[in-house]
Design a binder for this molecule. Sequence first.
Ligand code: NAD
Length: 476
Amino acid sequence: MQRFQHYIDGRFEDAAQTFPSIDPATGESWAEMPEAREAEVERAVEAAHQALRQGEWPALTATARGKLLYRLADLVAQNAGRLAELETRDTGKIIRETSAQIAYVADYYRYYAGLADKIEGSYLAIDKPDMDVWLRREPVGVVAAVVPWNSQLFLAAVKIGPALAAGCTLVIKASEDGPAPLLEFARLVQEAGFPAGVVNIITGFGATCGAALTRHPKVAHIAFTGGPQTARNVVRNSAENLASTSLELGGKSPFIVFADADLESAANAQVAGIFAATGQSCVAGSRLIVESSVKGRFLSILKEKSEAVKIGAPLDMTTEVGPLCTARQRDLIEEVVGRSVAAGAMLVTGGKSPDGVGFYYPPTILDCSAVKSPSVERELFGPVLSVLSFEDEAEALRLANDTPFGLASGLFTRDLTRAHRMMKRIHAGVVWVNTYRAVSPIAPFGGYGQSGHGREGGLAAALDFTRTKTVWLRTS
Ligand code: NAD
């Protein structure tokens, strides 16, 4: 049984209590994780607070901070295989995907390394000849970064990179489901040479560790990714310390296909858009909205492609769909699909957990165009595609926006004028036209409505980790 440790104030240490981590492919416990409660949270936040106020870190130039981030990016790239394998083992996300994602985790650290010395203040031309006035950009303070279990290394990178570039210090809470890759990543933080206390990585349960961290009086900013219900608790906690928040939440993203689209390429994008990460992705294109004249044809292409997907062991390089992360998640999906079918949704493919070990659930397509199906309403976080159909552009738009979420959206058409019209009116933080799931460190990402607020990626994300100080200097 492997044992993992917390990383607090530059040291690896055990916690007073531990909990088992479950391998989703077998349902067996495979590692022992440290469990942070109030005492561990207190020490981690205090370490981050001290590192922000005194010692080496605040004295470093922005260029020097950038160099440390470049070193971290190189170490991530050099250790990609080990990190990907741990993420796969602990979360069930297939090795093909964790390996591909690590490459751009390193890219995000590189991008923010380069940005560290480009965060500028300004000089204000006020109407007083005897005064000089500047705006300085200073680090916002201690950042609490709380991440969910899917893509932890990536979701931590989009917080750690800009926060360090801006000069902040952090306490990162890895999810209790699959914390191994982030706890292991702490070794690279140490090796890169960040001063003690600048980055602290702990794990534990939401109601104890997460709550203690997000209401801690010395936390200035909470960068949260997770579900909307948890976000409400986090925002309530932030009333205690009046910390600012950025929230990256769930989605129920529309995937709109017009009759004039390249159906083959749209179907490939749809299969990857919903079944990648076994559907456990915030941007999963989980509502197909297809023009009714091509619905039959498109569904038969989709059915064939979905049934050809190779389901199997997550550590096998040829596997295309692995297990869900937890039994709880698999049971929830089974229950909602069952209720949807009972409500009249037609099962096109999938819909039944296989026998045997592990938390597997097959790629599932539900035709919900003639009924009100529970699968259309809530984020399922699983490999379930709900199909709706439309007669004209206005109906496509109405269906696309018929959700409280607004994270991502996909639009497939050869008519670029229509794409422009639709793109402006879709209620979502990201619109992908004739593509899906493209990301880059340069491009901001984030939601509308119940999908949250704040943006990750790009320059603006780094500015979110700063606050301005206005300095007045009398010159005569
Ligand atoms: P979750 O909301 O259950 O948990 C997220 C994190 O919050 C975990 O670390 C958890 O321990 C912590 N937490 C729970 N209760 C807390 C509390 N009271 N105070 C502080 N922290 C608390 O989410 P999950 O099930 O792990 O992940 C799935 C969700 O994450 C989905 O809704 C998904 O869409 C969303 N997500 C969003 C994005 C994005 O970028 N928008 C990316 C990935 C996942």
